[in-house]
Design a protein around this ligand. Structure first.
Ligand code: HEC
Length: 215
């Protein structure tokens, strides 16, 4: 057992494990603005390889040995870091047909990566969460009915109460065994991903020890 878990065991009465300790409130991320990115994408030949709708089926794609991926594929795109997309556009990808577009400004590259994400989702966010927290996401003015799906329902609970989504570890002390744990949940309506939330779950060792001391 590592030192941190030892301290925990000494500090926490068994009942403290039953409920997450704190809540953290965030609004649903705002929808991606796509107009500038759409124009840049169309006017710079991206569809030649990536396709008009981002499916990786442009007219040049079939002749390539490294095919462009489908930007609408959930499993491929949820893990795609924004920084990887930005660098691919700015510097190209060596050994593939992906050319460098070093003429674009940072804000144009941001517009393009946003547009590429929008093939799959309306909005996207990275959240950092401490293992013992419950994230409360306020869906605010999101219209109509929605459902929420967690990628790891065995490890995470997701509950909808009115306009609010509660996201937390099922058995949060278990999450402390890992330094960082990445997981995802989706807010869906009408078969479309309204929001994809990429959650980085951290142990937050020091905060937790302090919280427990002051209890
Ligand atoms: C000549 C074909 C071609 C053109 C034109 C092209 N791409 Fe690509 N692009 C590729 C290929 C092939 C890959 C996949 C490389 C890999 O991951 O193996 C790629 C990868 C990418 C990636 C990284 C994500 C990934 O799949 O790894 C982004 C982002 C991207 N392209 C954006 C663009 C944008 C934006 C434009 C237009 C400004 C563009 N591409 C134009 C062929 C092209």
């Amino acid at each position: 057992m590592n030192k941190f878990l030892m301290i925990l065991v000494l500090l926490i009465p068994a009942t403290a494990f039953s409920a997450p300790v704190t809540e953290k409130y965030v609004p649903l991320p705002t929808p991606i603005a796509i107009e500038e990115g759409r124009v840049l994408y169309q006017e710079n030949g991206c569809p030649m390889c990536h396709g008009d709708h981002g499916r990786g089926d442009g007219p040049l794609a079939s002749g390539l040995s490294n095919k462009p991926r489908n930007f609408r594929d959930y499993d491929e795109m949820k893990r795609m870091p924004t920084i990887r997309m930005e660098q691919a556009i700015h510097k190209g990808l060596t050994g593939t047909a992906m050319p460098a577009f070093d003429q674009f400004s940072d804000s144009q590259i941001e517009a393009l990566t946003g547009y590429i994400r929008s093939f799959l989702v309306d909005s996207y966010a990275y959240l950092k969460m401490c293992a013992y927290q419950t994230y409360v996401v306020d869906t605010g003015d999101l219209k109509g009915n929605f459902t929420v799906e967690a990628d790891q329902p065995d490890k995470f609970d997701v509950k909808v109460v009115g306009k609010k989504i509660y996201f937390s570890g099922k058995n949060w002390p278990e999450l402390l065994n890992q330094k960082v744990h990445r997981t995802y949940f989706r807010v869906m309506s009408e078969d479309r991903i309204r929001s994809l939330i990429s959650v980085q779950v951290q142990r937050c060792d020091k905060d937790l020890v302090n919280l427990l001391k002051t209890k």
